[in-house]
Design a protein around this ligand. Structure first.
Ligand SMILES: NS(=O)(=O)c1c(F)c(F)c(S(=O)(=O)CCO)c(N[C@H]2CCc3ccccc32)c1F
Ligand SMILES: [Zn+2]
Length: 255
């Protein structure tokens, strides 16, 4: 596809020129404001299956030019939604060491240091993620807000490796403790092609990583590739919040 970036002439205000959905409706991320919330008692706790991977399961950790991503084995899936959603990859959005705030979703206009997304696709209806990515019931993404604070051993499992195989680890430990407290809304990919195909689950509780771990995340990647003459550090890879329009944000918890 056509090259896109997070700032400059190919930045997010220009995405819709080549990716029309980016200028459309049901876009993500959003600023999750208290006045938009509606408690929904039907929202069940998120149930993850086979997230605890044995060390002999090698995971490919890579840089796709836009984010640090880890490919996930298809044994991992979500079992608490209407359809089975099978895991595909997880990736991150972050700010920069000089401007630490880099989450995509905000809560009452509070932007967190970073955000992790675990991308799943509806494997009951579609054979692979490429066939699911532009369907309205195609994807389910778990969003985890990340703040700088205490050291987090779970994140250490891969932050020391970059662009290599990492041994399997307990991906469940990257999520907050409470999987029953979350925001839920219909949205989109936050990168081109911005398909409105994502059932978003953003957990209410954030996780913390240490300042050192945050630096490892924000200094790990380059958006240029090896043969380029100049190395361009990859940072601030977050899209700004989009209008909610008439959408409602459901919550699984009472304030
Ligand atoms: N924030 S987000 O969750 O909307 C989101 C991303 F932010 C992001 F960068 C990617 S990507 O594949 O790394 C790069 C451009 O698609 C994907 N990739 C997903 C969507 C398309 C696709 C196809 C195969 C594997 C993963 C993905 C994504 F779903
Ligand atoms: Zn993402």
């Amino acid at each position: 596809g056509v090259k896109w970036t997070y700032k400059g002439p190919e930045g997010e205000h220009h995405w819709s020129k080549h990716y029309p959905f980016c200028g459309g409706t049901f876009q993500s991320p959003i600023d999750i404001k208290s006045e938009l919330l509606r408690f929904d008692p039907a929202l069940r706790p998120i149930e993850v299956q086979n997230y605890n991977l044995a060390p002999d399961e090698q995971l490919t950790l890579g840089n796709n030019g836009h984010s640090l991503q880890i490919s996930l084995p298809p044994k991992m899936y979500l079992s608490s939604l209407r359809h089975r959603y099978t895991a595909a990859q997880l990736h991150f959005h972050w700010g920069s060491s000089s401007r630490p705030a880099g989450s995509e979703h905000m809560v009452n206009s509070r932007q967190y240091a970073a955000e992790m997304h675990v991308v799943h696709y509806n494997s009951e209806k579609y054979p692979n993620i490429s066939m699911a990515v532009d369907k309205s019931d195609g994807l389910a993404v778990l969003g985890v807000l990340v703040e700088v604070g205490d050291f987090n051993p779970a994140y250490e499992q891969f932050l020391k490796f970059i662009n290599v195989q990492v041994p399997g680890f307990n991906v469940r430990a990257l999520l907050p403790t409470r999987l029953d407290e979350y925001y839920r809304y219909d949205g989109s990919l936050t990168t081109p092609p911005c398909y409105p195909s994502v059932l978003w689950t953003v957990f209410k509780n954030h996780v913390t990583i240490s300042q050192k771990q945050f630096l490892a995340l924000t200094t790990a990647l380059y958006s240029s590739n090896a043969q380029d003459s100049v190395a361009i550090p990859l940072h601030s890879n977050f899209r700004k919040p989009k209008l909610i329009d008439s959408r409602v944000v459901l919550v699984s918890f009472k304030e």
